[in-house]
Design a protein around this ligand. Structure first.
Ligand SMILES: Cc1cc2nc3c(=O)[nH]c(=O)nc-3n(C[C@H](O)[C@H](O)[C@H](O)COP(=O)(O)O)c2cc1C
Length: 179
């Protein structure tokens, strides 16, 4: 396979993850960094933009990840598809999206999806029992974050020889590297 096809294929799979509920690339791991600690969690890949190579995720403004990304925009996304034996590691920069985009995405959520951003008290508050929380009837904690891709590291495992390539989005430099 040509190097450019290998790279474009990985981006197509990321895009597919935002529209196909069965895609293994729907649920990347998002890592952020705060006070010498790396924190990771699964998020849903919501929208990919091939023009600026970015991925949108939704979260709660009161979550740890929001606070970390607000303080330090550097982050990473890790995708793994066991069927395709493909790992894609993205280093990126997070930007909190504006109010218009936030309102637009909120409108398109179902009532049950909205509840994920309305839990009261806010995430990680100690509670007495497992269900000792309620739902607030507002959208003010819902937030959209756009992660701009800086670099990509693709690894495909194969009995015929593993393949690995790296890509820098700014310089558009692409290279095969040893796996
Ligand atoms: C399958 C799955 C999908 C998830 N999707 C999201 C998501 O899109 N946005 C989000 O903020 N949290 C999502 N979560 C919850 C996070 O993984 C995490 O537990 C939570 O947001 C708290 O993370 P934080 O304390 O690091 O902010 C998801 C969890 C799972 C298991």
């Amino acid at each position: 396979m040509q190097l450019s096809d290998f790279i474009n294929q990985a981006l197509k799979f990321i895009e597919r993850g935002t529209v196909d509920r069965k895609s293994k690339f729907r649920l990347p791991i998002l890592a952020s960094y705060h006070e010498n600690t790396i924190n990771q969690r699964i998020v849903i890949a919501r929208k990919f933009d091939g023009n600026d190579n970015s991925l949108i995720i939704f979260t709660d403004r009161d979550s740890q990840k929001f606070n970390e990304l607000q303080r330090n925009e550097s982050c990473s996304l890790l995708f793994w598809d066991a069927g395709k034996k493909m790992q894609v590691y993205i280093q990126g920069v997070a930007e909190i999206m504006d109010e218009d985009s936030r309102v637009l995405f909120w409108k398109n959520l179902s009532e049950s999806q909205k509840k994920d951003y309305q839990i009261e008290p806010p995430p990680k508050t100690n509670i007495q029992t497992h269900n000792d929380y309620q739902f607030k009837d507002t959208s003010d904690r819902f937030c959209c974050i756009k992660i701009f891709f800086k670099s990509m590291d693709i690894l495909v495992l194969s009995n015929n020889g593993h393949q690995r390539a790296i890509y820098d989005f700014k310089s558009q430099k692409q290279d095969w590297v040893t796996p």
